[in-house]
Each structure stands twice: as structure tokens, then as C-alpha cells.
Design a protein around this ligand. Structure first.
Ligand SMILES: *Cc1c(COP(=O)(O)O)cnc(C)c1O
Length: 370
């Protein structure tokens, strides 16, 4: 089967370098070869944002991004802690769901999915409850492509002495995360989005101090258990070692290519080209560019075209786009520019999209006339 160009928000198309890394020897996860690999990845993850390992620790988990979110929230809010959750899409709502499942005392500041974070309401919530210890938020809300403004939110948290738990699953490695200035307790992320690894491995970048206050609420997702084992060149359970090979290679590639800033610039260029192409045929993005991530954008469906029709047409041309979530599924589609995507891929995509839209419009126009 020919490799389709994946424009879904992960898993991504791999580079040859990452794909080749999967050809390395099978490993026993109780041998030094595995621990060397694990150590290297944990260091490379800190290096992505130039973090000092005196203050920060990277904890690896075998599981998708949600397992890192769940390990972070369920472990880091102490028994007597209280969580405020920001919801403006599926992933913010998932953070609340995690709190609910684990019986963590929490309240949410809910928004419509197309809304930016309302800082006044967040401030009210912070003032109302003096017991709040943590605030959880999706950095890049992949539901819509909104890059939530964490600088302003972080300032509020600092003033109210509340620590940030960030879902950075679709931003780590390609967007600004200010580990120095924001009062971050932890960031959860995954191997197979902006870092270009394969699915099966996720991680939490955690402030070391926070690990002392850990409260395990599950056996398997107990963050501190992983942190302790990994610090001593160990692992509590069987890790998805092929995903470790891929992430190691992917992190090396990210560094060689100039780090997250270069990746941000690259994604931004590709996303901008897609936006301009769609704009030229009358298709607009759902959010203004300055509120959007570089990673993914949402667009209105071409007039008179169902998502299925549009998806299937592009799939035939070799491109996999992504549906809108929930009630957005009938009006929107999403395009991510993560992964090994070339300028030529985007040229071909733009030609295909333009042709499809002009054709679709023509056929509906002739349908009207008939
Ligand atoms: C993809 C994603 C997740 C996790 O999804 P998994 O399917 O569990 O990997 C979590 N948060 C955000 C913002 C995401 O984009």
C-alpha cells in the first residue's frame, strides 16, 4: 500500500531516519541496552526545552497521550488538593473527566469550543476557592486548533499560587512552553505528534519538587513509581521498546534540524500555505490565524459538501484529513501539518483541494440550474 500523507493530528508520517530506527535488535527491558536508551531519551526530552535536570524530570510511560494526561492529573493533585480545569474543547473536557474518574475535587471553567479562555471567569473561580492547588489546561486544543494563551493564564495562576498541569500532547516540540516563567508543575505529551515518533510512548515533564507530593490513585499510572524506577535505571512494567527506538531517533532528528523553534517555523509555513490555498477558493479557517497553533487548523467544509465526500475525495488523492469533533463534524474539517511532510506534498494537496472545490461548486451550480 502506498503511504498516504497523514494530515490527521498524529500518528504522523515518519522520516526515513525514524523508520529505519525500528530495525534495531529486539531488547530485554531488564538489560543495560534498554536502560541506556531510556536514559538518553529522558535527557533528550529535557533538552528539547533546555531544562535543567536539577529541577525537572522526564518520566516515560508506555501508552498514548491520554495515559500521560491521566498519570499527571491522577498523581500530582494531592489528596487534600483541589483542581480547576479549563474546558474549551474535547481535551480540556477530558482533563475534567480524568479528575472525575479519580474522585479528585475539581471545578471547571467551561467554554464553548469556539471560545478563547475567558480570563475574568478564571480569575473569579480562582478567587472563589482558596483551596485550589492546581489548574489543568490543554495548551493546544486540538479540537479546534486553538493555541490557548497560557502566558496570561500563567500570570493569574502565579498570583493565586496555583500550579499548572498542562496537556501539551499536541504542542510539545513545536510551540512555546515557557518553563521558566509559567508556574508549571508538569506537562504531559506524547511521542507521536510534534516529536515525530511512533505511537505507544508518552511522557510527563515534571518539576522534581512536585514528585514529593505525589498521591497515587492508580497502580499503572502512578507517576512517582515510574520516576523512581527510571531514576535508578529501572522500569516498573514492560515498556513499548520499539517506540523508544523511534523516539530516540526522532529527538536526535529534531535537535539536528534546529530544535522546536525550527519545527514551529516549518509547521507555520506549511499551515500558512494550506490556509492561503483554501482562502483562494473561498474556504476560511474557523479561528483567526493569531489564535491558531502552527500544528493544526480547522476549516469550514466547502459549501454543499459533506465531510465524508470531501474526505473520500482527498483520500483518493493520497491525503488523510481529519473530521471535526462532536457538533463540529458537520461543518468543519481539520488539517495538521505535523510529520514528515514536504513542500511537494503541500503543492499536491493544494492542487487537489482547489480542483475538488471548484469541481464540487460547479456540480452544485449545475445541479441548481437543472
Ligand atoms: C492527541 C491528543 C491527546 C491524546 O490523545 P491519545 O489518542 O491518547 O494519544 C491529548 N490531548 C491533546 C491536546 C491531543 O491533541
Amino acid at each position: 500500500m502506498k503511504q498516504a500523507i497523514l494530515l490527521n493530528p498524529g500518528p504522523v508520517v515518519l522520516s526515513d531516519h525514524v523508520r529505519r530506527s525500528l530495525q534495531q535488535p529486539d531488547l530485554c527491558h531488564r538489560e543495560p541496552e534498554f536502560f541506556d536508551l531510556q536514559d538518553r531519551i529522558r535527557q533528550r526530552l529535557l533538552d528539547v526545552y533546555a531544562l535543567d535536570d536539577a529541577d525537572w524530570v522526564a518520566v516515560l510511560l508506555s501508552g498514548s497521550g491520554t495515559s500521560a494526561m491521566e498519570a499527571m492529573v491522577s498523581s500530582l493533585v494531592p489528596a487534600d488538593g483541589e483542581l480547576l480545569v479549563i474546558e474549551n474543547g474535547v481535551y480540556g473536557e477530558r482533563l475534567s473527566e480524568i479528575a472525575r474518574v479519580h474522585g479528585i475535587s475539581h471545578t471547571a471553567v467551561a467554554h464553548r469550543w469556539d471560545q478563547a479562555i475567558d480570563l475574568d471567569r478564571v480569575e473569579q473561580a480562582l478567587q472563589q476557592s482558596t483551596e485550589l492547588t492546581h489548574l489543568a489546561v490543554a495548551h493546544h486544543e486540538t479540537t479546534t486548533g486553538r493555541l490557548n494563551d497560557l502566558t496570561a493564564l500563567a500570570e493569574l495562576c502565579r498570583r493565586h499560587k496555583v500550579k499548572l498541569l498542562i496537556d501539551g500532547v499536541s504542542s510539545f516540540g513545536a510551540e512555546t512552553i515557557d518553563f521558566d516563567q509559567w508556574p508549571i508543575a508538569a506537562v504531559a505529551a506524547t511521542a507521536n505528534k510534534c516529536l515525530h515518533g511512533i505511537p505507544g510512548l508518552s511522557f510527563v515533564i515534571c518539576r522534581r519538587q512536585q514528585l514529593n507530593q505525589c498521591q497515587p490513585r492508580t497502580l499503572y499510572l502512578d507517576l512517582n513509581r515510574y520516576a523512581k524506577a527510571q531514576a535508578k535505571r529501572g522500569t516498573p512494567f514492560t515498556p513499548a521498546f520499539p517506540a523508544f527506538y523511534a523516539l530516540d531517533a526522532a529527538l536526535q532528528e529534531l535537535a539536528d534540524q534546529g530544535g522546536w523553534q525550527q519545527r514551529q517555523a516549518r509547521y507555520g509555513q506549511l499551515a500558512e500555505r494550506v490556509r492561503q490555498c483554501l482562502h483562494s477558493v473561498g474556504i476560511e479557517g474557523m479561528l483567526p490565524t493569531e489564535q491558531s497553533s502552527v500544528v493544526l487548523r480547522s476549516y469550514y467544509l466547502p459549501p454543499g459538501m459533506s465531510y465524508k465526500h470531501w474526505h473520500d475525495y482527498l483520500r483518493d488523492q493520497g491525503f488523510i484529513i481529519y473530521a471535526g469533533q462532536g457538533h463540529f463534524s458537520s461543518e468543519m474539517f481539520r488539517v495538521s501539518t505535523m510529520g514528515q511532510i514536504t513542500d511537494q506534498d503541500i503543492d499536491r494537496l493544494c492542487r487537489a483541494m482547489r480542483a475538488g472545490i471548484l469541481e464540487g461548486l460547479n456540480s452544485s451550480a449545475s445541479g441548481d440550474a437543472a
